[in-house]
Write a protein that binds this ligand. Structure first.
Ligand code: PGA
Length: 250
């Protein structure tokens, strides 16, 4: 039995005041909900005030990125050790970082490793661009991302994988529940091949890409989907809480 994870990726949104208010809204909205792990990933500057606003609640805080490097001369970066004292989860390999900040499977694996070593729980993002899907290569593309992004990681018990097709992110064009389920099952199969069936059966596989209050129940109902990574809709505390409730009530 896998506990679903619903994580809000606030991306580069919210001032300090917005972030604290949003955290309070999420806290109120998910109060008392059980059977789901709720995570919010604010911008790094808001991790501390958001953690304070959520203190004593069941809502976890995550970072949106982490450096693969140990502390030292890396201007602008945040080490896994710094984040580990402040949050529980960290997103690695998000498609925006892959597309805009030259990240690839190799750097994503290094980040995931550094995060695990510091005791953080990585949410590893994979997903194909539109042209890859149109060429019928989505499965091999995502399989190769998984192999590459997990290279050198022997224990994935603290990792979850988010299937986020690039064409569905921020597009109002979510994948159909059928496609999302098919890809989630495929991901579980790829992980079974790399590790074992038992490991793959414990792995949380999230869907991300234009998840909202209207479509979340259909993803939650899919047997291989264990929660959601939510961007735009996570900026509305009430809507995000509805998504959390939908994942919990399956
Ligand atoms: P979206 O973003 O929900 O706005 O599509 C999802 C994500 O990028 O994680």
């Amino acid at each position: 039995m896998r506990t679903p994870i619903v994580a809000g990726n606030w991306k580069m949104n919210t001032t300090l005041a917005d972030a604290t208010a949003l955290a309070r809204d999420v806290r109120a909205g998910v109060d008392g909900v059980v059977g789901v792990t709720t995570v919010v990933c604010p911008p790094a500057v808001s991790i501390v005030p958001v953690s304070m606003a959520l203190e004593g609640s069941s809502v976890h805080v995550g970072a949106q990125d982490v450096s693969a490097n140990p502390p030292g001369a890396h201007t602008g970066e945040l080490s896994a050790g710094m984040l580990a004292g402040l949050c529980t989860f960290v997103i690695v390999g998000h498609s925006e970082r892959r597309a805009m900040y030259c990240e690839d499977d190799r750097s994503t694996a290094a980040k995931a490793k550094a995060a695990l070593a510091a005791g953080l729980r990585p949410i590893l993002c994979v997903g194909e661009p539109l042209e890859v899907r149109e060429n019928g290569r989505a499965e091999s593309f995502v399989t190769s991302q998984i192999e590459g992004s997990l290279t050198g990681i022997s224990d994935i018990s603290q990792i979850s994988i988010a299937y986020e097709p690039v064409w569905a992110i921020g597009s109002d064009r979510a994948a159909s529940p059928e496609i999302a389920q098919e890809m989630a099952a495929m991901i579980r199969g790829a992980v079974a091949d790399l590790y074992s069936k038992a490991v793959s059966e414990r792995l949380p596989v999230l869907y991300g890409g234009s998840v909202n209050a209207g479509n979340c129940a259909s993803f939650a109902a899919a047997p291989d989907i264990d929660g959601a990574l939510v961007g735009g809709a996570s900026l509305d505390g009430h809507e995000f809480a509805q998504i959390v409730h939908a994942a919990a009530s399956v």
